[in-house]
Design a protein around this ligand. Structure first.
Ligand code: ADP
Length: 550
């Protein structure tokens, strides 16, 4: 597909320069365009910032007829349309939020034999719920004017993805109704399971798949401990590395967004918060201020970002733990879309995991999606959430392996860590490490959890293991347990690391409880997963971990 000898090649290259102002194609763009223009169904996996939009906007411009683009968010669509209109490409969109009369106008234009639109954007619920739209599309199709169907953010089709949207599940209808129109499915995030799911739901039987490396060489990755001075640390980091540059700080809750933004303003930054409970006008205003560089730091929940097209975001900071590796990779991907060096810093604390897990269980985490599911699929979704979280914890806990390697493994990609060239915190350490078999310590920790009747927190168990005689230990008479002090010879942090490994491997389970006191704080007790513990105690499961040597 890389050949330059297609009937449209000259026109393609000309328009890429003249209309879009690009001097060349980015990796895979030409190949994808050639494949879809040859009439194939195509599935594209390309990291954020890779240049997916061009792969359908350029064909839309030079093909006869209208290209239908299904896209999940109105803000994202508006942003795209603004860019298209700037390039004098005629485009329109239909969504539930648009006035009825305006929608009728657009549908009428579609019917006209001289229809000017090159692209028609719709939200997925329009396909699910608007018969008028489907009739119009049938009409276009029968006249041979439906030139291409594009499914943007195609991972939203899949229940296994991190951003499932129920309306996307109906999109299979498009291939059934319009079998001759090529479909182009685009996403920046998909594991092998998600990809299979998307291809199956959309009915893309013989599609051509383009898969681009998810490595983003211009991004630097750091995971740093989150301390009480986190906001000071963030301020110092920005001042030292990205003074007056543009960045996003992702926060867990709406309140955190406001707190972090207020503090950064105090420090003298042009910062603002952005979250789901602000009214749409305020949000649109902030987004505009940000795109015009009047605000340079946005403190936001995950609601901010999908479709953010700002090329010069120099840093993405996670003020707390992201919900999944996929989500994390995508959020980081909003930095450095122009290819320039940019930083991704994650401030990690284990207590954020406990907090987030509690929020996930209560269903109060802000989701980009408004998915409403019931019964067993809801339970399954909860399990997927918890598992995704644990993987994220284990990513943060890992202080040895290359961050790129850890992320890319998740997407089923191979990566040689020497190519990281010291652009992540772990590769920068230049530490040597040794592998240690810690099975015995792990068994003792599990034993201790059982001795304490599975009713105490991880930090309490660690205190007992390391021989503390603090008030709490004495009160519960845990200084009389046979394993009290059994781990006192271990270096500080070593037992904690093994304990966390037991949790991320599912051998011990953190049972999160919201306490009844007035602060409603969250605490947790450790329980044993009996099946897994059985494997550990019977010697079927050995635990080997890497530890840095001094
Ligand atoms: P994605 O949708 O994959 O995240 P976009 O389509 O938004 O990425 O493109 C990201 C940025 O790259 C945009 O600013 C776009 O104008 C720019 N871009 C895309 N293709 C090219 C190209 N061939 N040459 C130069 N810039 C490009």
């Amino acid at each position: 597909w890389s050949s330059t000898h297609f009937a449209w090649t000259k026109e393609l290259e000309e328009n890429n320069k003249r209309v879009f102002g690009n001097h060349s194609f980015r990796p895979n763009q030409r190949e994808i365009i050639n494949a879809t223009m040859s009439g194939n169904d195509v599935f594209v996996l390309m990291p954020t910032g890779g240049g997916k939009s061009l792969t359908y906007q350029l064909p839309a411009l030079i093909c006869n007829g209208v290209t239908l683009v299904v896209s999940p968010l109105v803000s994202l669509i508006q942003d795209q349309i603004m860019h298209l209109l700037q390039a004098s490409i005629s485009a329109a969109y239909l969504s539930a939020s648009k006035e009825w009369s305006e929608q009728q106008e657009i549908l009428r234009e579609l019917m006209s034999p001289t229809c000017a639109y090159k692209l028609l954007y719709v939200t997925p619920e329009k396909i699910a719920k608007s018969d008028a739209l489907l009739r119009q599309l049938e009409n276009l199709y029968s006249r041979g004017h439906l030139s291409r169907i594009v499914i943007d953010e195609a991972h939203c089709v899949s229940q296994w993805g991190h951003d499932f949207r129920p309306d996307y599940q109906n999109l299979g209808i498009l291939k059934q109704k319009f079998p001759q129109t090529p479909v182009l499915a685009l996403t920046a995030t998909a594991t092998a399971t998600v990809k299979e799911d998307v291809v199956q739901v959309l009915g893309l039987a013989n599609c051509i798949i383009f898969r681009q490396s998810f490595n983003r060489p211009n991004l630097r990755y750091f995971v740093w401990p989150k301390t009480k001075r986190c906001l000071e640390d963030i301020n110092n980091f920005i001042n030292a590395n990205h003074f007056k540059e543009c960045g996003i700080i992702y926060c867990l809750s709406r309140m955190d967004c406001e707190k972090v933004a207020a503090k950064l303003k105090e420090y003298g930054h042009k910062a603002s918060h952005y979250h789901g409970s602000m009214d749409p006008e305020d949000r649109a205003h902030i987004q505009e201020q940000w795109s015009k560089d009047r605000i340079n730091i946005i403190c936001a929940t995950v609601a901010f970002g999908m479709g953010i097209n700002k090329p010069d975001v120099r840093f993405v900071i996670h003020h707390s733990l992201p919900k999944s590796i996929e989500g994390y990779h995508q959020e980081c991907g909003r930095a450095g879309r122009d290819g320039q060096l940019s930083s991704c810093v994650l401030y990690y604390s284990y207590s954020d995991y406990i907090r987030l897990k509690h929020m996930v269980t209560q269903g109060v985490v802000e989701q980009v999606t408004s998915a409403s599911r019931g019964g067993s699929s809801q339970e399954q979704a909860l399990e997927t959430h918890k598992e995704n979280l644990l993987r994220m914890v284990s990513y943060c806990e890992n202080d040895v392996d290359c961050r790129r390697l850890l992320q890319l493994i998740h997407f089923g990609e191979m990566f040689d860590p020497s190519h990281c060239a010291k652009t992540c915190d772990n590769c920068l350490k230049e530490l040597r490490w040794i592998e240690k078999d810690v099975t015995n310590i792990a068994r003792q920790l599990v034993d201790l959890v059982m001795m304490a009747k599975q009713a105490y927190s991880a930090s309490h168990i660690l205190e007992v293991y390391r021989g503390s005689v603090n008030q709490n230990v004495k009160k519960h008479r845990h200084d009389t347990l046979s394993l009290h002090g059994a781990g006192k010879h271990l270096a500080k942090g070593e037992a904690a690391r093994i304990m966390r490994h037991l949790v991320t491997e599912g051998i011990l389970i953190e049972d999160v409880k919201k306490s009844e006191n007035m602060y409603g704080s969250v605490s947790s007790v450790l329980k044993a997963n009996h099946k897994q513990v059985g494997h550990l105690l019977s010697g079927k499961h050995n635990i080997v971990l890497k530890f840095p040597t001094p």
